[in-house]
Design a protein around this ligand. Structure first.
Ligand SMILES: *[C@@H]1O[C@H](CO)[C@@H](O)[C@H](O)[C@H]1NC(C)=O
Ligand SMILES: *[C@@H]1O[C@H](CO)[C@@H](O)[C@H](O)[C@H]1NC(C)=O
Ligand SMILES: *[C@@H]1O[C@H](CO)[C@@H](O)[C@H](O)[C@H]1NC(C)=O
Ligand SMILES: *[C@@H]1O[C@H](CO)[C@@H](O)[C@H](O)[C@H]1NC(C)=O
Ligand SMILES: *[C@@H]1O[C@H](CO)[C@@H](O)[C@H](O)[C@H]1NC(C)=O
Ligand SMILES: *[C@@H]1O[C@H](CO)[C@@H](O)[C@H](O)[C@H]1NC(C)=O
Length: 526
């Protein structure tokens, strides 16, 4: 079923009604076309700095340390430890008429939890606290099978985890390979923390806009909210947000998996110092997915007016012909300011833009994804008005060019946030905790539905097309993690959350006041 969706490619560049196309892709940046795939060695290796020597037995994954810490630390030439890796094995059952089967050698348990290294970051980043927020509708009642079934209406697939194995019941085809890479990500989570995910059933909707409207579930209906997973939410809806597919790669437009892209982005920042960048606000994307984007184009520089904006339309047809080499995200940190504006809904490009240590100018957003709720105006980004974009952008850029230290600090805060708090380890830990907290609420026993497919990395990656297989191989988790997930922080107290929202509103107002004064002053001088 899932394979079918890969065979029929829904992605086409031709045609004008491609509104849905890069709907979640504003800046079209992205594409590190580099073919020299960096096979990142998994989180295992990253923790190689730990000065123990690990030994691992394959059959019942155990980790131990035979450490003489002092000696190992001082001996740089000592081989740190041997890691048992489990690469994709595409030769199991791959005889002509047989379908690819799942190997049995991968560990199914996590060994002795006491032997695990504690996470290098004991407490998870603050945005994890919104997991409690997202699951609030079911806190008192729990989640019944009936509620889950009602979420099926718009779902693309049902994901079932039973005894550490993943099963998928597919309902309809998603845009591009969103469903494929989302499921791939969940399979990698299972490889990272084998045996530690609880049994569960959930419904996933891969479309852009949240659909579970709060207003439909008031009063007597308030106990009937269908739990539906998707990539973004807004203040009027109760969909549960989950990391989007692009963390494992966006095959159609050649955006690499996040882990290696993050390294490229870091290098991209070093390529051109902030002071040497163009002192303007840059945007490149598809304006035809939203009115507000078309409106933004009016702010482009012209013979008669300069709003400090340099705006470009993403030419999808041309770029696809060139293999998207023109829009390498990592080489797009060329301007001191970069604009983020929502498209059809939220856009996956937001993380790529924030990762540049240029100042991100965020046009007042409606949607949030799993990490953006902990971003703070003026600290991580500069807020831009929705209604008077040009004047707002002009002021933001002038302000930044007159307060260069402060502007650079904003750019740096955002890129640090992305590099540290949104690294792949935390993306997996977010999924881990969200699924665990969700499963705690289930009031029924998860069952493998008839007709559901058992999926493993081999059954997805081995028959995949070349471009998909490349990203899957690259984002494969090769070994179970040697560290525990970070510790889940507690829910926000309502009052604290209220203060947080108020603080952000006040910061936005403050910026608007500065902006109004600036324009007042200019008009007086005329
Ligand atoms: C650990 O290293 C110290 C200092 O080099 C040494 O004295 C000690 O015997 C070592 N212990 C073990 C268990 O190897
Ligand atoms: C892949 O699986 C086959 C069949 O179980 C086995 O013979 C082969 O050694 C495996 N290859 C690798 C690289 O593990
Ligand atoms: C594969 O299936 C085809 C058609 O069903 C059959 O003719 C062929 O002998 C099969 N090959 C093997 C190796 O089983
Ligand atoms: C409760 O749900 C029913 C059926 O879905 C709907 O007709 C009704 O308007 C809802 N009531 C409220 C108060 O939203
Ligand atoms: C914006 O202006 C620049 C510079 O004149 C131009 O190169 C670019 O094509 C314009 N963008 C749009 C969308 O018209
Ligand atoms: C108004 O403009 C003048 C001249 O450019 C400048 O000195 C002054 O600081 C400005 N005041 C404000 C509030 O921006």
């Amino acid at each position: 079923m899932l394979r079918g969706s890969r065979l029929v490619r829904p992605f086409q560049f031709q045609g004008t009604s491609s509104d849905w196309l890069p709907s979640s892709f504003t800046k079209g940046p992205a594409i590190s076309a580099a073919t020299n795939t960096i096979l990142f060695l998994g989180l295992f290796i990253i923790s190689a700095a730990i000065s123990f020597s690990y030994w691992i037995q394959i059959s019942n994954f155990q980790i131990g340390n035979s450490a003489n810490e002092t000696i190992l630390i001082s001996n740089k030439y000592q081989e740190p430890f041997k890691v048992i890796e489990f690469p994709l094995n595409c030769s199991i059952g791959s005889n002509i008429n047989q379908t690819q089967t799942c190997p049995t050698s991968y560990p199914t348990t996590f060994g002795n939890l006491d032997d695990l290294e504690p996470s290098s970051s004991p407490v998870c980043p603050d945005y994890f606290r919104f997991i409690h927020q997202d699951l609030m509708p079911w806190k008192a009642t729990g989640i019944t099978r009936d509620m889950v079934e009602r979420a099926k209406e718009t779902a693309h697939f049902r994901l079932v985890i039973v005894k550490g194995k993943a099963y998928v019941e597919k309902y309809k085809k998603s845009i591009q390979t969103r469903d494929v890479f989302t499921i791939w990500g969940i399979l990698q989570l299972l490889r990272r923390y084998p045996g530690r995910l609880p049994d569960l059933e959930l419904m996933f909707d891969c479309d852009d806009k949240p659909v579970i409207r709060s207003r439909d579930f008031r009063g007597p209906n308030s106990t009937q909210v269908p739990p539906l997973f998707r990539y973004c939410g807004d203040r009027w809806t109760k969909d549960i947000v989950f990391p989007d597919w692009s963390f494992w790669g966006w095959a159609e437009i050649n955006i690499k998996p996040w882990e290696s892209l993050l390294k490229d982005l870091k290098k991209g920042n070093d390529r051109r110092k902030w002071m040497e960048r163009e002192p303007y606000a840059y945007w490149k994307g598809n304006p035809f997915v939203a009115e507000s984007r078309k409106d933004l184009l009016k702010c482009n520089v012209s013979d008669s007016q300069d709003w400090n904006a340099r705006l470009f339309i993403q030419d999808w047809i041309l770029e696809s012909q060139q293999g998207f080499k023109q829009s390498d995200v990592a080489s797009q940190c060329t301007h001191r300011y970069k604009i983020y504006i929502e498209g059809y809904a939220w856009s996956v490009s937001e993380k790529y833009i924030l990762a540049c240590d240029s100042v991100t100018l965020i046009v007042k957003p409606q949607y949030y994804d799993f990490f953006t709720r902990s971003l703070q105006p003026v600290h991580h980004y500069w807020p831009i008005r929705h209604d008077d974009k040009c004047k707002s952008i002009k002021f933001a850029v002038d302000w930044g060019n007159n307060h260069k230290q402060k502007a650079q600090a904003i750019g740096k805060a955002a890129s640090d946030f992305i590099q540290q708090e949104l690294k792949m380890d935390f993306v997996y830990d977010y999924m881990f905790h969200l699924l665990n907290e969700y499963a705690k609420l289930l009031r029924f026993e998860p069952k493998i539905p008839k007709g559901a497919t058992h999926l493993c990395s081999e059954s997805m990656a081995c028959p995949a097309s070349e471009s998909e297989k490349k990203f899957m191989t690259e984002s494969l988790v090769k070994s179970p993690s040697v560290t525990s997930p970070c510790t889940m922080p507690p829910a926000y107290k309502p009052q604290v959350l209220g203060n947080l929202y108020r603080r952000n509103i006040n910061l936005n107002k403050q910026v608007q006041k500065w902006e109004d004064k600036y324009w007042e002053n200019l008009s007086k001088q005329d």
